[in-house]
Every structure is written in structure tokens, then in C-alpha cells.
Design a protein around this ligand. Sequence first.
Ligand SMILES: [Zn+2]
Length: 233
Amino acid sequence: MQNQSVKEEIKMGLTDTTSSKEKETTQKPTYSSSQLLSLPQELFMDICENLHPKDLYTLSLVCKQFRIILWSNSTNTQQIWCNSRSKFLKSNIKLPNSLTEQKFIWLGFLGHNCQYCGQDLEDNNRRRFWEFKVLVCSKCADEKSICDINFRNDLNYLMNATSPGYYGTNPYYWKSDVSRVVDEYNSLSEDEREGWIKNKQAELRDDIQVIEALRTQETEINLNKFLCNILSR
Ligand SMILES: [Zn+2]
């Protein structure tokens, strides 16, 4: 899927893989979506690029075919979301390689519920960690993150292999990220480990720059909101 063109994706989308039961329940949206899917590739892309990210997300929920296209990691699909966010959200930041456009939009603009427990996220209970790529409530943040002092001695290699967050004063890590890098590291031979850590460090260096920029942007937005609230009193 990574390098497929949108045209190929549309072809994939047109391949009807829905069961007859699914067809019955999705009859109405399939009718309208099939008209859109029959458009030439360029025209379909033009339409998508002129939709707000929120509408792109809604479109992806209409039917399986749109979901396949709009949740793809392919270059063309990433470009559709990137153009849409630039146009409607005035956000032109370059994303780290590990973060897709869809995930960025979800974390930054569209997500309103904790991705683990589903709870509605009020302003005082919302924790957005760009470094972990999660949007969660305070309770899930506490449960699913771990302070580095808990494994600093045993797992020093992790310091260079996964993104830390600063949740409070000490560096924190996301437990599932830690498990993943431990598994990866353990699956390597002794000879491979040094190179693996160097690669991880290089990936993280790029990511951290973008994450810092996102944090700064977020702090400025929150400060502006705070000042607007004070001034409107
Ligand atoms: Zn939660």
C-alpha cells in the first residue's frame, strides 16, 4: 500500500469485497460513493484537497472504499491531507517520518476522546503527547507511561531508542513503546545491536526537532487562548 498511486487505490476501492449483508446495510452511502469513485483520479484528488480535514475524515467513514483510500500511507494520500491541513488549518509544519498526516490531524485537531478508555476529554483532562503519538485522559496517561528512573539501570539502551516525554520533571516513556523496543533489541544479535541503536538515534533526532516545534506552537496557541479569555472578561 505504501507506494500505490491513488489511481491504484481507487481501483482497489472499486473491487467489491463487501458481503451481501454489508451491502444491504450500506446501500445508501455506496450509491453516492460509487459516483465519486468513478471520477478520474486527478478530479477525485482535487475534490479531496478542497475538503476540510474534518470532512475528509467524515468521507473516510462513508464506506470501505473511501476508508482504504483516505487512511492509506501512500504518498498521494498523505499529500491530500497535507494540502487540506495547509489550506484550512494554516498548519504547514513538516511532520516527522513516524507520524502520518491522518494521525497528526487526529491528535491535533479532531480527537475529542481518550484513545484508550474513550472518555470525553475536557481541557483540564486532556493529555496530548506528540512524542508518544497519543491523545489520552490523565488516568490513562498515568497508567500507560513509566518514569525512566524505574528502568534507568537495567535498560540504558532504551534512552537512545525511543522518544522520551517530559511529563512532570523526569523523562517519561510510553510503556508500549518500551515493550516494542525491548522486543526489537532482544531479537537482534550482539553484532547488530550497536548499529540498531545508531539508527534509532538518527530517527529520533529528526523526530525530536519536529516535536519541539509542535510543543512551541501549542504553547503559543494556549497562551493566546488564555489571553483572549482574560481580555474578554
Ligand atoms: Zn483514558
